[in-house]
Design a protein around this ligand. Sequence first.
Ligand code: HAM
Length: 418
Amino acid sequence: MISGVRGTRDIVPGQVERWQYVEMTARRVCELYGYTEIRTPIIEREELFTKGTGQTTDIVQKEMYSFTDRGDERVTLRPEATPGVVRAFVEHALEQALAQPKLYSLGPMFRYERPQKGRYRQFHQLNVEVFGVADPSIDAELMEMAASLIHALGITGSELVINSVGCPKCRPKFSAALMKALGDDVERLCGDCQRRAKTNPLRIFDCKITADQTIIDALPHSVDYLCVDCGKHFEEVQGHLNRYGQAFAISHRLVRGLDYYTRTTFELVQASLGAQNALLGGGRYDGLVKQLGGPDRAGIGFAAGLERLVLALPENRVMAPVPDAFVASFGEDVREEAFIVAKTLRDAGLRTLIDYDRRSAKSQMKRADRAGARYVVIVGGDELARGEVTLKDMTTGEQRAVARESLLELLKTTEPGQ
Ligand code: HAM
């Protein structure tokens, strides 16, 4: 037997209904807030991510599924959706085409990470982006929408954490302050942090190594180094959140693992998920559109991990759909007619199963029961001759003969057990 690739998962019946529910709810909430769907390719040029996601990120340095294709082109299975959506926004001049560029996508992403609960190599995101709005009201609306989605899914106990990482004007001062505060302690940090200190000191806040934490806890906070404009923006974001009645906490460590963020960063975290506790995360990326060859436009967005939303979804939130009817036929001479009965039921919009394998009466009834069918429609010789079938209500066990013409009417109007 050939097993699936490590870090990938099959979404099997019984689970898939929970996924469909999450996807349907995500679409509904996005559309409520004025987003339209965009679908971009899974495969993109490698340079889109080295430039977009950023050279100093773990994603680009060690997690990308990149290869040279048969035409000698370097391509990558997208590790995140943002650069692809930005590319499409620029390539199709969506700014002109759309009154308000608010775009959402659903689909698979690929990162070569160490798999664990809530972390996979192929995973799925709901990704949301807004272009051309620099005003802090959108930052707050986006976070409020994210919280609404979680609420609509019935997930409780999550917390919104926010931070501001400043802009290219004030961030260098903060990085310098970080390095100064670290001083000789840099050498006592882990290898990864020593590398981060050279390439992007902010990333040190991402460190999970226990021994490093005392040093990291004593480091300065980015919000204390914001320029006037960034400070005002952050204040206003908080003002809007308060007006929405949206609770939040400021986390000085929330720098996020991607290079493009400016000003606002945020995550919704769910303690019950364990180590991989971010249901979703995002932030503002005001320089990215320009950096990827487009006009100088603001951008902001977030992505939610669908695996994590499905994990956090309350157990009884979604029921697998049960068949309305199972058509059982007793005898070779009526078998053909049973298929016609099934087709009539399906044409009328009833979920209908049927036996194909000429099973015994007992075994067909057993199958109907196992499938959870609400009714069994029994097609038998004598009844058929009278223009009737037998209808068995699987909830009450009650059985009666009904005219074929009234079958549909009965099935559509009768609740089980009545
Ligand atoms: P991210 O924080 O890398 O951000 O990922 C967003 C979410 O995707 C995470 O909070 C988590 O729920 C889920 N996720 C990430 N990696 C995995 C994994 N290996 N397995 C399962 N779930 C995972 C981004 O991707 C940005 N593009 C978000 C964004 C959009 N920022 C602005 N616009």
